[in-house]
Design a protein around this ligand. Structure first.
Ligand code: SF4
Length: 211
C-alpha cells in the first residue's frame, strides 16, 4: 500500500481541479466510448459518437437494428473500424439479450460483471474497468499507460501485472468510485500536461512526491 496516494491526489486536485469525467450523456454512451477509444485519441471518438448521434444510431436498439456497413462508415475516425464495429455490435447484442439494457447489467456485483465483460471478445481489463467505473460507478481503479508512468514516479512498481497495480491503488485509497473516477481523470490530465513519454518535470505537481 502506498501512503503517498492520498497526498498526491490532493496535490493533483489542487492544481487541476475537477475533471468532470467521463464525457457521455448515459451509461450506454460511456460504454460505447470506452470500446471505441482503444488505441485512438479521444477527439476521434468524439467525432464517431457525434456521427452516430446525428444519424440516431447511438442507442442500443438502434445500433442492433442498423446495418453493420452503416456503423462502420460512421465510426471510421476511430481506426480498426471493422473490428470495432463487430465489437460494438457483439456487446450491444450481449447486453440486450441478457439484460435488456446496460443499467441492469451494471447493477450486478462488481467482479461478476467484470468477469462477464472480460469474457466478451475485444474487451480487455482497461476497457472493462472503464465501463465499470465510469458507466456503472463501481469502485474499481482504471490502469492505463498514464497510470503506470505516474506510479513509477512515486515509487510504485509500474511493470507489475494490471490487477496487482490496480490493487495497490484500491488498497491505498478510500474505496469510493467518485474518488477513483476523479483520481484517474487527474492522472490522465497530468499525463497530457507533464508526465508525457518525455516527462516535463519542471512545475509538475507530483515532483515533490518523487521516489
Ligand atoms: S512529469 Fe516528472 S515529476 Fe511529474 S509525474 Fe512525471 S516523472 Fe513525475
Amino acid at each position: 500500500m502506498s501512503k503517498k496516494l492520498g497526498p498526491v491526489y490532493q496535490a493533483l486536485f489542487d492544481r487541476f481541479g475537477p475533471q468532470h469525467w467521463w464525457p457521455g450523456d448515459s451509461p450506454w454512451e460511456i460504454a460505447v466510448g470506452a470500446i471505441l477509444t482503444q488505441q485512438v485519441a479521444w477527439k476521434n471518438v468524439e467525432k464517431a459518437i457525434g456521427a452516430l448521434k446525428e444519424k440516431r444510431l447511438l442507442g442500443i436498439d438502434e445500433m442492433i437494428g442498423a446495418d453493420a456497413g452503416t456503423i462502420k462508415e460512421l465510426i471510421r475516425t476511430v481506426g480498426f473500424y471493422n473490428q470495432k464495429t463487430a465489437r460494438l455490435l457483439d456487446f450491444a447484442l450481449y447486453v440486450k439479450n441478457h439484460y435488456g439494457n446496460i443499467e441492469k447489467m451494471l447493477d450486478g456485483e462488481t467482479l461478476k460483471v467484470r468477469g462477464e465483460l472480460l469474457s466478451l471478445k475485444g474487451i480487455g481489463r482497461e476497457t472493462a474497468d472503464s465501463i465499470l467505473l465510469y458507466a456503472g460507478r463501481h469502485p474499481i481503479f482504471v490502469i492505463d499507460a498514464y497510470t503506470r508512468r505516474f506510479a513509477g514516479c512515486i515509487g510504485i512498481d509500474p511493470e507489475q501485472d494490471y490487477d496487482d497495480l490496480r490493487a495497490v491503488f484500491e488498497s491505498g485509497l478510500e474505496r469510493n468510485p467518485q474518488l477513483f473516477n476523479e483520481y484517474h481523470a487527474l492522472i490522465v490530465r497530468l499525463g497530457k500536461e507533464h508526465c508525457r513519454t518525455k516527462p516535463l518535470c519542471e512545475g509538475c505537481p507530483v515532483f515533490p512526491f518523487r521516489k
